[in-house]
Design a protein. Structure first.
Length: 230
């Protein structure tokens, strides 16, 4: 998670986003790596891309207070921005930004680089970003597309599917308790387990991944995939 401290006092206290992100502010250790990746992607832009997930103070300071996994919020720990905390906030699910990212990646993978760049430029324009230019090609273009989508879909479950599909960002698991894997499938919901127990496998017999969701040996950036193991 990423956001604004309860009273803003922690935001300019000299902490670096990277050190904070390594601690994580989620409820599971697996969330820490994704938190760090999100910070790094957002900070790589000029100005940094925070959108509605952070406050004006946070965008100005560029510094955050983090929590250990499972630790509750306090005045020294960043929370989501007021826009996202509003009970009336409508979480985006199907968006124009996602559509542009899908068009861009699809065009890239079918060697239509002009369309890939045009869709990516349109996606970047939604937040005031400049055109990428014709010189961006290959892995650099693909990872730019995936980064833009990763940021634009903040709090959307599709980034989980994209990570499983591309191993990008190339996250490091916070624990080796699962054989070096970040969990790659959701568990059966409680309603299913209680209403249909005879057809829900016991945890030890459930697969680590779905059969139509194979392990990636390499990340989209060309490096060995860190957290997807057979």
């Amino acid at each position: 998670m990423l956001g604004v401290g309860r009273d803003g006092r922690d935001l300019c206290a000299g902490r670096t986003p990277e050190s904070v992100a390594r601690r994580g502010v989620g409820k599971t250790k697996e969330g820490e790596a994704g938190c760090l990746a999100l910070f790094q992607f957002r900070l790589s832009y000029s100005p940094p891309r925070w959108r509605s997930s952070a406050s004006a103070a946070e965008r100005t300071c560029g510094q955050f207070g983090g929590a250990s996994p499972g630790e509750g919020l306090s005045n020294t720990i960043s929370n989501l921005g007021l826009t996202r905390l509003d009970p009336a906030f409508a979480q985006p699910i199907l968006t124009y930004e996602e559509t542009l990212a899908i068009i861009s990646e699809s065009a890239y993978r079918t060697s239509n680089l002009s369309l890939a760049r045009a869709a990516l430029d349109a996606l970047r324009a939604t937040w005031g970003g400049s055109a990428i230019g014709a010189s961006l090609t290959g892995t650099a273009l693909l990872t730019m597309i995936l980064e833009e989508k990763y940021i634009a879909l903040f709090q959307n479950y599709e980034v989980f599917n994209d990570w499983k599909r591309t191993c990008y960002p190339n996250l490091l698991p916070a624990t080796q308790a699962y054989g070096g894997n970040i969990p790659a499938r959701f568990t059966y919901p409680i309603a299913e387990r209680t209403s249909n127990p005879d057809n829900v496998p016991v945890p030890g017999q459930q697969p680590r991944r779905n059969t139509n969701d194979p392990v990636n040996a390499t990340s989209a950036d060309g490096s060995a995939c860190n957290a997807q193991k057979p």
